[in-house]
Design a protein around this ligand. Sequence first.
Ligand SMILES: [Zn+2]
Length: 281
Amino acid sequence: MPTPPNDAAQRRAAKPIVCYEVEQLPTYDSAFYETARSTLQKVSTVRVAPRDAATFEVPAGHFFRIVSTEGPQVGDLNLWNAHDLTERFFSGKTRQLHASHVSTGDRLWSNLPGLRPMATITHDTLDWYGWDDDGAGVHDVIGTRCDPYTNTMLKGVNYHYCCHSNLTRALAQQQAQPTAAIEQHVHDVLNVFMCTGFTADTHQYFMKASPVRPGDFIEFFAEIDLLGALSACPGGDCGSSHSDDTTPCYPLLVEIYQPAAQTLSDWAPAPLNGYDGSHGL
Ligand SMILES: [Zn+2]
C-alpha cells in the first residue's frame, strides 16, 4: 500500500456536506395525507405468489399498501407511469434525495427527464426499526434486485425465479408482449421490508432477516397514474440466501384504496420536471 501523504489526516478531516439542498423539496404535508387516508375505502386486492410477481394499477390520488400476510417476506417493487413505460422509478436519485432506506414522508422519484414524485410513503408499520446495531435499516434503495445473470456468473446455474425474471414475466403478461421486448423496462427496485446495510469494516452490502411480520404494511399515495409490479423474492425474509428454492417464501398482498373525493379537492397530480431540456445546445 502506498505511504499516505503527510497531510493525510487533514485531508480526511474535511467536513461532510449533504449533497442536495433537500430542504428545497416539497414538504411532506402530513395533514393532507392523514385526512385523505382517514377516509380510505379498499377497491381491490392483488395477491403476489411466493417466488413470483404480479402487476397492479393505481390511479393518481389513490393509495396502495404492500401487506405481509403469512410469514416474513421481502418484496421487490417496480413502478412506471401507467401511460408511458419509459418513465419509471429512479432508485439512485431517490437515494440521493432522501437516504439509503426510505419511510414515511419520503417520495419515490421518477427517472430523467420527468424527475417528479411518483409516489409518497404515507405509513410504515416498521417505522420503529430505525437503524440497528449493525447499521441496517428497512426498505432500501441501495440494492438492485436478484437476477439470473449475476446468479449464473457466481454459481454457474440457471435459476428462473429471481426478482428480475419474476418482474419481467409479470410485465410481459400485463403488456401482452414477449419477455425480450419487456425486459429493458424492468429497473432497480425499492426493496420493500428488506433489512440491509453496509458492513462497518469493508462497506460491503449485507442483508439480514427482515423484521416484517404478518399484518405489517407500507403505504403509498400515487402522485401520478401508476403501473406497479411486485415480486415476492425467492430469498423470503432474506435472512440466509436468495436466488434459489431453499428459503421459506410467503405471498404478499397489494391493496388499492380510494379516499373520499373531497379530501383531494386542492390536490393535483405531480407535474413533469421544469428543466427546458436543451442541455446548452
Ligand atoms: Zn429478489
